[in-house]
Design a binder for this molecule. Structure first.
Ligand code: SF4
Length: 334
């Protein structure tokens, strides 16, 4: 993996704003790279640089509180390319693109799917956004019609998050299949679930592609099972995530009211990291709802049901004896 961090933008910002200290934050896999960036900043500018080692899942997990405590004048959030350059006064978004080539795997996939699908859409995560044009050309050369979904909110054209898929969702009636660029079941399976269209993941490292719909169905089954397991819960815990971009206090209180109307006892919990280890500390609770990141319950193991907002809304419908429809076939799982 060759990740290229846009250090130039960092240096220009430091030259322009002349901070006394800065903080760096990125996904875990990039921490060794952050250490290099920190060394370069210290050598060039002689200012204090802090690396925030806490998790940083996305633009929903910015850690500005940590930067404030450290009195850092700028917080560089690295590796989450979105449609915005800055957040508030302090946070600056810095691109980190992966230089790996999709040429081999895209040609292989384009050759194999000829005749099966005519119109396809390309989607990806932030690291591979700059590869969309070259992969588009490969598929077009093989005779496909390519539609690139328009961005919305923080999402750029063709970009998806693990819980937000506007560029894919909004064009589903026009496309036969989706191709996700990158080695991420996390993102590609969610595209498959929100659109219910054939979805293929192009893995540029192994130079293989695979259809992810079966995996996505497994994820959906697990999500449905958790809802049914929570049906008989007498006491529920509603967990408010304390990460700033995931903070949904009002939503949590709305759900509490709904569950109480349905005779559930509800305890309100606040947590920064919602993990099985932390959850195990709470006794006498039969099922949990967390209003932070919709993927916490689907992508991690919890002994008790840990429902996301769409799952909790489905549970409420079931308790009211209403049918639950395709609760994951929506454009934003919140
Ligand atoms: S899936 Fe979770 S971590 Fe990813 S953008 Fe959504 S809330 Fe943030």
């Amino acid at each position: 993996m060759t990740i290229r961090i846009d250090e130039k933008k960092i240096f220009e910002a430091i030259e322009h704003k002349k901070p006394r200290s800065v903080a760096l934050n990125a996904p875990e896999a990039l921490i060794p790279k952050l250490q290099d960036v920190a060394d370069h900043i210290a050598e060039m500018f002689g200012i204090q640089v802090y690396i925030i080692g806490d998790t940083c899942w996305g633009s929903c997990d910015l850690n500005t509180h940590a930067a404030d405590m450290l009195a850092a004048d700028i917080l560089f959030n690295i590796g989450h390319t979105i449609s915005m350059d800055t957040f508030g006064q302090k946070v600056m978004m810095i691109d980190a693109f992966d230089d790996v080539s999709f040429d081999v795997v895209a040609k292989k996939c384009a050759r194999d799917l000829v005749g099966k699908y005519k119109t396809i859409s390309l989607v990806t995560d932030s690291q591979h956004l700059h590869k969309i044009d070259s992969v588009k050309k490969i598929f077009e050369d093989h005779g496909y019609n390519i539609i690139i979904g328009r961005g919305r909110g923080q999402l750029r054209d063709a970009q998806v998050f693990g819980c937000e898929f506007y560029p894919a969702y909004n064009i589903q009636k026009q496309v036969d299949a989706y191709i996700f660029l990158g080695q991420s079941m996390f993102h590609s399976a969610s595209v498959a679930l929100s659109t219910e269209k054939p979805t293929f993941m192009l893995d540029p490292y192994f130079e293989e592609y695979s259809e992810v719909n079966e995996f996505a169905q497994g994820m959906q089954k697990k999500a449905v099972l958790s809802i049914y397991k929570a049906l008989d819960a007498k006491r529920m815990g509603i967990v408010i995530g304390l990460k700033e971009g995931q903070f949904a206090h009002v939503r949590a209180l709305e759900l509490k009211k709904e569950f109480e109307k349905l005779d559930k006892k509800v305890q309100m919990i606040a947590l920064t990291e919602i993990t099985e280890e932390r959850i195990q500390n709470f006794k006498g609770i039969d099922a949990f709802v967390q209003v932070a990141c919709p993927r916490i319950g689907t992508d991690n193991h919890f002994k008790k049901p840990m429902l996301s907002v769409p799952q909790a809304l489905s549970l409420i419908k079931l308790l009211k004896k209403e049918p639950i429809d395709d609760f994951l076939k929506i454009q934003h799982w919140l």
